[in-house]
Write a protein of this length. Structure first.
Length: 484
């Protein structure tokens, strides 16, 4: 599916006219970028309308826009119902259950929609129920699909006309008459709220911007009858105070002036709706109230309207969109995997080349390393030859020479060539053997390095011949370097 642009296109079509209003989203007001009307003679039985729509879509680049279409009021049936809920999901189900009572067709042949007009007390709602025969919607969609267009949603002209009137500041009791391709819609609003609506298929289809006398007569008759019906059914005294005429394809200013006398009340074109357009108003021809209302609904996600795109079509599109998203995710993952593979192999190649370079450098350094190793071995041999190795007698003599002349006896000397020297003795005072340990570590180590690790192992006190005597033990462990 093509990526949609940021423009919103409101498309309307019928047997003799195609109209387009293209806007750039931005509230408040509308920013119109294009407004086109194309006249022709197309029938519903062949592909001429689809072919004309396809050419029209190409000429106006609709494939890049979000396209919304409008179903004329005369192709739908409307009822105002009071239902015991304020939930959109519950109301939709209630409207579907009521559809067979509104029109004489089985439910499976119908498409329903609803719009909450007013939330009432005790959790109920006043709802505008919309029922359309499925063939009407499918025919509408088939013409669009043959032209290569997929509408984002199908609006009802009544919702669009109401939205435009509200935005223009409709007050009091007013009637709006809209001339759409192939039909006439009469809408009565009370303080901007739906009060009465009627749609009539026009016997005299508009074949151009000018209306013949027969079409004018039919229009006057339809509007007069509709206003009288509302006045009679509602009990409003004088009925609508003013009548406003709008159309995407017919010049309504001159027509409204000509029909004012026939309506027996003020009649003018709906020029107040055109003021909603803040930018690009010079591009708008006639008084396209329905298209302007549709644009307002399309660019405002919170708008209340009766969407007529079948649920089956919505689910199909959702499934297609899900498949497209999955395909995009899979493609992204594939690209990412390929990119990571490329990075991995590049890193492997770089490291392989670096290892080969290091091997070459190592090969060049190996002769020098072997020479250094040989020289180091020779030096160790020379060092062992010149080092003085102390015998057990030399070590004993050195320790004995450090012992004090009196007050201390060495009673036991143990020598382990691989681990340590152990001394046992007795002393009259602790200072005697403590001084001996210090002398062995200091003076003795100057002569024999093995003696540097001398340390006291234990000391105990005893009494002998009425005198205090200290038994002591000194350990001199050999380091690995010093062991011989």
């Amino acid at each position: 599916m093509a990526r949609k642009g940021s423009s919103i296109s409101i498309l309307q079509f019928g047997p003799s006219v195609i109209s387009l209003l293209k806007v750039k989203p931005g509230l408040p007001g509308l920013k119109v970028t294009a407004s086109e009307v194309q006249w022709g003679e197309w029938t519903g039985g062949d592909d001429s309308l689809s072919e004309a729509l396809a050419k029209f879509a190409d000429a106006n680049a609709l494939s890049r826009d979000r396209v919304f279409t409008v179903l004329p009021r005369h192709e739908a049936t409307l009822r105002v119902l009071e239902l015991p809920s304020q939930s959109d999901e519950e109301l939709e189900g209630m409207v579907r259950l009521s559809a067979e009572e509104i029109v004489p067709f089985p439910l499976e042949e119908l498409v329903t929609g609803h719009c909450i007009l007013e939330k009432l007390a005790h959790g109920s709602s006043k709802v505008l129920a919309v029922v359309v025969h499925r063939d009407v919607i499918e025919k509408h969609l088939s013409v669009l699909k043959a032209a290569g267009l997929l509408p984002a949603q199908i609006f009802l002209s009544t919702d669009c006309l109401t939205a435009a009137a509200k935005e223009a500041g409709s007050t009091g009791l007013e009637a709006f008459v809209h001339l759409s391709p192939g039909g006439i819609e009469v809408l009565v609003l009370k303080d901007g709220q739906f009060a009465y609506g009627r749609g009539i298929a026009a016997e005299h289809a508009w074949t151009g911007p000018e209306m013949d006398e027969a079409a004018r007569t039919e229009l006057a008759s339809v509007v007069r009858a509709s206003l009288s019906t509302y006045q009679r059914e509602s009990g409003e005294g004088d009925g609508a105070k003013a009548v406003y005429l709008s159309s995407e394809c017919v010049d309504t200013a001159e027509l409204a002036a000509a029909l004012g006398d026939a309506f027996d009340r003020p009649c003018s074109d709906a020029s107040q709706v055109a003021k909603i357009v803040r930018q690009g108003g010079h591009k708008v021809s006639c008084t396209p109230a329905v298209a302007i209302g549709a644009a307002l609904i399309a660019q405002s996600p919170g708008s209340r309207y009766a969407g007529l795109l079948p649920e089956v079509e919505l689910k199909r599109r959702e499934a297609a969109s899900s498949r497209l998203r999955l395909a995009r995710v899979a493609a992204m993952l594939t690209v990412a995997a390929l990119a990571l593979s490329g990075v991995y192999w590049q890193a492997v190649s770089q490291r392989t080349a670096y290892i080969e370079e290091l091997d070459l450098r190592a090969e060049a350094l190996r002769p020098l390393a072997r020479s250094v190793k040989t020289k180091r071995q020779h030096l160790k041999m020379l060092q062992r030859q010149v080092e003085r190795e102390a015998t057990v007698l030399e070590l004993l003599g050195s320790i004995a020479g450090l012992a004090p002349d009196e007050g201390l006896n060495i009673t036991r000397f143990t020598y382990d060539r691989k681990s340590e020297i152990s001394l046992r003795g007795r002393a009259l005072q602790t200072q005697s053997f403590e001084a001996l340990i210090d002398d062995i570590r200091g003076k003795g180590a100057d002569t024999f390095a093995q003696l540097a690790q001398a340390q006291e192992e234990y000391r105990t006190v005893a009494r002998e011949r009425q005198r205090q005597v200290w038994d002591f033990a000194i350990t001199i462990p050999f380091s690995q370097e010093g062991a011989r």
